[in-house]
Design a protein around this ligand. Structure first.
Ligand code: OAD
Length: 251
C-alpha cells in the first residue's frame, strides 16, 4: 500500500452526483430552478399535498436507481482506504457513495453520515415506524402498517431539524482531533453546519480543499480551490494527498 494518511474528512453535496446524471439543486438545471421547494420539500407541503410529494420522491428514486456512481465517488473509496481514519458527511440522499466500488471495496457504512437522510428509506409521519424497502411503499401515499398514518420519505425537509444521532456521529469524529485534509466537494455550502464542520475538521494543522467548478460561500475559507468537476480529480487526488501527507510528515 502506498503512503498512508492519518485523518480525512470529506463533505459532499449534489455536485458530486452531477456527473452521474442527478440534478443539483441550485445549478442552471437544478431542482430548485424548476420546482418550488416549499411545495415539495417541507413538512407543510407534505401535509397539504402528500401525493405530489410522493410523486416527486418516487421520480427521484427512479432516476437514482438508474444512475451509477462516477469517478469521484470511486476516488473517495480509494481515499478512505489510504486513511487511518475517514468520515464522509454527505448532504446527498442518493446512495451513490454507498454503491461506489474501488478494487472490490466499498465505504464502510459507519464511514458515511447522510446528514439529510436517505431517499430510499421511509418513515411514519406519526409513530417511530421505519423501513428501507421502496417496493413496499405502494399507493399514492403509503400508510403506516402500525398506526395507519401517512408514511413519508426519511429525509430532512427545509423546515426540519437534523437527526441528533447523525450530528453526534459527526461531532464524535471531529472531537478526535484535526484532520490532515478536509475535502468539500460539490456543494454551495448554504447550510452553516457544513462550513462549521469543515473548519472544525481542519483545526489548526489541516488543509481545507474545495473541489467545485464555481465559487461558493466556503471558497474564501479554503486553503486550496480546485475549480474542476469532481470527476476529473479522481485519478490523481489520492496520490496527490498521500504525497502531500508524506511531505508534511517529512518536514
Ligand atoms: P447545490 O445545488 O446548492 O450546489 C451544488 C454545487 O455543486 C454547486 O456549487 C455547483 O457549482 C457544484 N457542482 C456542480 N457540478 C459539479 C461537479 N461536476 N463537480 C463538483 N461540483 C459541482 O446543492 P447542495 O450544495 O448539495 O437540502 O445543496 C445543499 C442542500 O440544499 C441539499 O442537500 C438540499 C438542498 O435544498 C436538503 O435536502 C435538506
Amino acid at each position: 500500500m502506498a503512503g498512508r494518511l492519518n485523518r480525512v474528512l470529506v463533505l459532499t453535496g449534489s455536485g458530486i452526483s452531477a456527473e452521474s446524471g442527478i440534478p443539483t439543486f441550485r445549478g442552471p438545471e437544478g431542482y430548485w430552478r424548476n420546482f418550488d421547494p416549499t411545495k415539495l420539500a417541507t413538512e407543510a407541503a407534505f401535509v397539504r399535498d402528500p401525493a405530489t410529494v410522493w410523486e416527486w420522491y418516487r421520480e427521484r428514486r427512479e432516476r437514482i436507481a438508474h444512475s451509477s456512481p462516477n469517478a469521484a465517488h470511486v476516488a473517495l473509496v480509494e481515499l478512505a482506504a489510504a486513511a487511518n481514519e475517514f468520515l464522509l458527511v454527505t448532504q446527498n440522499v442518493d446512495d451513490l457513495h454507498g454503491r461506489a466500488e474501488w478494487n472490490g471495496r466499498r465505504l464502510d457504512p459507519a464511514q458515511i453520515v447522510q446528514i439529510h437522510g436517505d431517499i430510499f428509506a421511509t418513515r411514519c409521519s406519526n409513530c417511530d415506524f421505519r423501513r428501507r424497502n421502496p417496493a413496499e411503499d405502494v399507493g399514492a401515499v403509503p400508510k403506516c402498517p402500525v398506526c395507519s398514518a401517512s408514511l413519508r420519505p426519511d429525509v430532512v425537509w427545509f423546515d426540519e431539524e437534523l437527526d441528533p444521532a447523525r450530528v453526534r456521529g459527526v461531532q464524535i469524529f471531529l472531537e478526535k482531533g484535526d484532520c490532515d485534509f478536509v475535502l468539500v466537494i460539490g456543494t454551495t455550502a448554504v447550510f452553516s453546519y457544513i462550513t462549521e464542520w469543515a473548519l472544525a475538521g481542519r483545526g489548526a494543522n489541516g488543509r481545507l480543499i474545495e473541489i467545485n467548478p464555481d465559487e461558493t460561500a466556503l471558497s474564501p475559507l479554503a486553503d486550496e480551490r480546485m475549480r474542476v468537476p469532481a470527476g476529473t480529480i479522481a485519478g490523481t487526488l489520492v496520490e496527490k494527498l498521500v504525497d502531500r501527507g508524506l511531505k508534511s510528515e517529512a518536514c
